[in-house]
Design a protein around this ligand. Structure first.
Ligand SMILES: Cc1ncc(C[n+]2csc(CCOP(=O)(O)OP(=O)(O)O)c2C)c(N)n1
Length: 325
């Protein structure tokens, strides 16, 4: 099982899109253009992109407080996402969700979530819906290593296993839950190993290797589509930036961030593509220019978009049914 040239290039462009989007968002936030609170996933792009590349368009994703990359990787348009971060009326949630409560039903992105591990208990519900409709869809729920220490993680995995639901539990282990080291808070030394307690497959992968992430997720997705139930993936990665924008990161060493940069998932895939003669500097430059133009367009669109009207404050509080595929 190996991705072909088109998929490799697609993953490269996808990681670059997430990276450059989030770098721009950090800049905009620092310049006071974006309201609210912001968590970015710079350094962790291989997780979102590798996992989502293993999905079909009609599969579902549940995300976290660090969810911009998951939405971009699931195919979300940058205009709607950026406008949402600006709190503007034509954002994906009409400016009422913001960074931590994004949702975009047009790409079956069922939502970022400010409540840690909430996606782990929402996912069995999505999985049950898939199963009852007799569809071959799958849901991937992303969560952090910190979230894996909360009760909802265990409840969700247990229920999905008992009911043989098509769920992929995808843990992005970036070593930290805010300022608490995973090594001090997660018993057993391995989150993937917790799968054994529920009788499902658990796998640890290098979360900075997009191919490894894609392969592990593809295995889990195929198993789910065959009706064999859930899997747990633990992708080990490194976030290069603070837990939130403005975090002084006094709890960790510079060496860790340097390690992250040395294992940069984007540069790593770039080297592989070059070695296979699928990418050269000119081609990489064109991909980058295309992504930058897309981000410039999203910023211009967001800047010129209106704020939500006060009289619409109570609109969209409840979803109409059926609201998605
Ligand atoms: C139920 C709950 N408890 C506490 C918090 C506060 N909080 C926000 S992010 C975070 C750390 C999350 O760590 P992890 O799950 O590893 O994800 P990461 O931030 O590393 O992506 C905490 C404790 C919360 N949002 N929800």
């Amino acid at each position: 099982m190996a991705p072909g040239p088109d998929l490799l290039l697609q993953m490269y462009a996808g990681m670059l899109r997430v990276r450059l989007f989030e770098e721009r968002v950090r800049e905009l936030f620092a310049n006071g253009r974006l309201p609210g609170f912001l968590h970015t996933s710079i350094g962790q792009e291989a997780c979102a992109v590798g996992a989502c590349a293993a999905l079909r368009a009609d599969d579902y994703v549940l995300s976290t407080h660090r969810g911009h990359g998951h939405l971009i990787a699931k195919g979300g348009a940058l205009r709607g996402l950026m406008a949402e971060l600006y709190g503007k009326a034509n954002g994906v949630c009409h400016g009422k969700g913001g960074s931590m409560h994004l949702a975009d039903a047009s790409v079956n992105y069922l939502g970022a979530n400010g409540v840690l591990a909430a996606g782990c208990v929402l996912a069995p519900g999505v999985g049950l819906s898939i199963k009852r409709r007799g569809s071959a869809q799958v849901v991937v729920t992303f969560f952090g290593d910190g979230a894996a220490n909360r009760g909802p993680f265990h409840e969700g995995v247990n229920l999905a296993a008992v009911w043989t639901l098509p769920v992929v539990f995808f843990c992005e282990n970036n070593r930290w839950a805010s300022s608490t080291a995973s090594s001090l808070s997660a018993a057993g030394g391995s989150i993937a190993a917790r799968a054994a307690g529920y009788g499902i497959p658990g796998e640890t992968v290098d979360g900075n290797d997009v191919l490894a992430v894609w392969e592990a997720t593809t295995r889990a997705v195929l198993r789910a589509r065959r009706g064999e139930g859930p899997s747990l993936i633990e992708a080990r990665t490194i976030r290069w930036v603070g837990h939130f924008e403005g975090d002084a990161q006094a709890y960790r060493t510079k060496a860790e961030v340097e390690e992250g940069r040395r294992t940069d998932p984007l540069a790593r895939l770039g080297r592989l593509l070059e070695a296979r003669q699928l990418l050269d500097a000119a081609h990489a430059g064109r991909i980058r220019a295309g992504v930058v133009a897309e981000i410039d367009d999203a910023v211009a669109h967001a800047e010129t978009s209106p704020l939500p009207a006060p009289q619409d404050a109570l609109a969209d509080l409840f979803a109409s049914y059926p609201w998605s595929r």
